[in-house]
Design a protein around this ligand. Sequence first.
Ligand code: ZN
Ligand code: ZN
Length: 402
Amino acid sequence: MIKTRLLSASALALAIAAPAFADDTRTVWRVFIGDHDAPKITAFDLGDPDTRWSFDTKGQAKLYPVADGTTVVAVQSDDDQVNFVRSGVNLFSHGDHSDISVKEPAAFDQSLTGPRPFHVVAHGGSTAIEYDKGGYAEFLSNDGLQNGTLDVIKFPQARAHHGFVAEFGDVVLSTVASDAPVEGDAAPARVGLQAFDRDGTPVSDLATCTGIHGEAFSGAYLAAGCKEGVLTVREGENGPDFNLLPYPADLPEGTTGTILGAQSMQVFLGNYGANGLVVIDPQDEPHFKYVELPFRRVDFTLDPAKPQFAYVLTEDGTLHRLNILSGKIDTSERVTAPYSMDGHWNDPRPRLAVAGSEVLVTDPAESVLRVIASDTLTETRSIPVEGVPYNLIAVGGTGLEH
Ligand code: ZN
Ligand code: ZN
């Protein structure tokens, strides 16, 4: 870890002279940005972006906040490695208020290696990492992660595939691959989702979900995209209850394969085709609300604090705010130059995150992080980020220091 600015003498003098006031309210949003080309993660606080931390990885990293935002998982699929960073920002809820503790971020001593780590699912008390070419997943306890250690429990699968695994009450849900032979090193087709014991013994029938991809949790449900519709799962009296919601006939041709789940409202938002989104209500009809976008979609994200809103960036460089309840876009503003969706899926294009009342947009071509007010969608400032800023997450919030 490299810290690039020392505490100034005046700040130090102030810290010594003035003891912290009791019950100080503090807001911290800490951003972690993975570079598209260089094996590194850059971190800084939005309130003090000149103080930087840098973490080395082996390759390009996709970032996930887990264990209540205390831990950043950096998955390097093309380099068979997973690194972990303590975010340094801990929020503890006391029911009527939250305490915040802010320390410097720090890399874990340990990392994980394995054949093509990919999807990460944080649910229940653990975080699961699927190894697409290994035929297994690894569960990490969130208690361990919060203490900076990796307590790894391996979960075996019948056949390696690009899938996911999740803790679900007393059982483990895992995607299942077809056992049909494949040509060369092609990945086997995914056929559905099934419940297992911790040792990999099936405890339910296979729920068909052809090509299953894109898992998320919201309320009582897990949802995942399939060729036929969206598979939902909730805990029933005798184990998990699987229910496939078919795509309605009036939707255009398409499927969903990337789904986000709202935290404070039971609703999902999925991609649909190249220039659509679909709002998914897992419980009540209509289960699907289709939203057509004016251009192809680059990235989309939910607003954790204002759950009725989602933000989506289209390839013309316009950021849209979608009202999930009405299924209508209420504001659109240009925030970057155009980024065509033609070309490779992993070409450097912007990615979105939400930090409090601001939407963060990486702009890889300009080497900046754009900070956008979520109410007006206008840029409040841009923060230079060396290299090609790409995947990002933001952790933090507001708490009391006392
Ligand atoms: Zn407190
Ligand atoms: Zn995937």
